[in-house]
Design a protein around this ligand. Structure first.
Ligand SMILES: Cc1cc2nc3c(=O)[nH]c(=O)nc-3n(C[C@H](O)[C@H](O)[C@H](O)COP(=O)(O)O)c2cc1C
Length: 433
């Protein structure tokens, strides 16, 4: 599907808020999207640009599942199958994303948003970077990029990830930044897989994804994407990047990051820009959801795993709630250790039984209140480097303390019962009209 078809579907279902009045890319669009979150929004007239802007597109698991026409419970198995059964994409020679080709690019013409008052600049936040390496092939991932001239951006590149490996090795890397993608590409770009895997093949396994060769760089991009910004990232040319809001909704620090020089922009006719609010629900969903299959797989190796929720309350990164079918007294603790292996940036793991709704924070807290004893059910790991996103980790070293909470009930209750007492089922309509 294309983004415009998806928006038409939302409109037909009365789920899309359309804004007809001109609205500014400086603060106004971000403010409106945040206020309307999680409702999808289409801004039809941007004051400073000829292009439309859509946002809040996939804020919840329900939105994501509805796109693929699957129940929410099928998301983890669907992503797992796509990662394991990748499919090479069909290559086409003519593509909607190249209907318009601009060889003297000007980033000012695009609706690159200024989100919040202290931001270091206007930011592309939904950009899926496609890059290639002569030995490893294509890599696809997200990088926020801060505009600082008509053709230059500072790109946030987390050290140690695949794109960073390309850049350290090749010194300069050609990239195509794709904007205006759908959940197959968004989820695939957000997965962490081994070097050498082209994530677009994961996207193609989720939903057919024809690709086309970019105009000025040697990579293949989704044919239906709305915008492609082509250019080169230079390892040794740096510019300040930030401040910018990160996943935790707090401001990230200012860093000296590699510079991207834009050489060509292609787009669809009447292209639609995807605004992805930093730290907001859509960002959180894309960060956390791809970690759920990796946690599930590791936990399922040691105990029967039923479901995993990398929940927004834990910034969709630092917490995971794992539901298991407990068969042995030490299953909860085994699940904690395995979950940390499945998501190494995670800080707190909560393990619950099958009768606890992992999507309801009150239910998880109820398990903490009624099934947990700190002296026996708590796992405190030795201090070790954790997530760069955690403001409470030690600055510089990222040293953090990982903790696991075994909230499962003992197999044999010694005192009071652990079950919630069921109330009688009655037909309410018998008494109330
Ligand atoms: C919306 C979104 C924004 C992201 N922004 C960045 C970023 O600015 N820099 C970065 O290095 N990683 C960012 N990431 C995480 C990368 O996409 C993540 O490192 C990637 O999934 C790992 O890819 P790899 O396995 O190819 O290394 C972002 C992820 C999402 C979902």
């Amino acid at each position: 599907m294309s983004l415009r078809k998806y928006l038409a579907r939302l409109q037909a279902e009365n789920k899309l808020v359309t804004v007809a009045k001109p609205i500014s890319k400086t603060y106004q669009i971000a403010g409106l999207l945040k206020q309307l979150e999680p409702q999808p929004v289409l801004c039809e007239q941007v004051a400073e640009s000829d292009f439309r802007v859509a946002g809040n597109l996939f804020c919840t698991k329900a939105d994501f599942a509805a796109y693929f026409d699957i129940p929410v419970a099928e998301i983890i198995p669907t992503l797992t199958r796509a990662i394991e059964n990748r499919k090479p994409c069909e290559v086409v020679t003519a593509a909607p994303c190249q209907e318009v080709v601009i060889e003297d690019p000007d980033l000012d013409a695009l609706p690159v948003l200024k989100h919040c008052e202290l931001d270091g600049g206007n930011y592309i936040s939904s950009g899926v970077f496609v890059a290639a390496h002569p030995e490893h092939g294509q890599n696809v991932d997200f990088h926020r990029a801060m505009q600082f001239s008509k053709t230059e951006m500072a790109v946030r590149i987390v050290r140690g990830r695949n794109f960073d490996a390309f850049l350290q090795d090749l010194v300069q890397v050609d990239v195509a930044i794709c904007i205006g993608n759908l959940p197959n590409v968004l989820a695939a770009a957000a997965t962490s897989v081994e070097l050498g895997v082209n994530e677009l093949e994961i996207a193609n396994a989720l939903e057919a994804l024809p690709v086309v060769k970019a105009r000025t760089v040697d990579v293949f991009v989704p044919a239906e994407t709305e915008f492609v910004i082509e250019g080169t990232v230079y390892r040794d040319r740096r510019h300040t990047e930030g401040p910018f809001v990160d996943l935790t909704e707090t401001y990230d620090v200012i860093r000296e990051e590699p510079v991207l020089v834009v050489k060509c922009i292609t787009h669809r006719r009447d292209a639609i820009w995807h605004a992805l609010l930093p730290g907001a629900l859509e960002h959180k969903l894309l960060m956390g959801m791809p970690r759920e299959p990796t946690i599930f797989r590791e936990v399922n190796k040691v105990v029967k795993c039923l479901d995993v929720n990398v929940n927004p309350g834990g910034c969709s990164w630092l917490h995971a709630i794992v539901q298991i079918d407990k068969q042995h007294d030490d299953d909860g603790k085994k699940a904690i250790e395995a979950a940390f292996r499945g998501h190494t940036s995670c800080k707190h793991i909560y393990v619950v039984d099958a009768d606890v709704d992992i999507y309801n924070p009150l239910a998880v807290e109820w398990a903490l209140a009624t099934r947990f004893q700190g002296d026996v059910d708590l796992v405190v790991k030795d201090k070790a480097p954790g997530s760069s996103l955690d403001p409470s980790a030690e600055p510089g070293t990222k040293m953090t303390t990982r903790v696991g909470f075994d909230l499962t009930k003992p197999l044999v209750a010694k005192g009071k019962n652990f079950e919630k007492a069921p109330f009688p089922q009655v037909d309410v309509e018998e008494w109330i009209d």
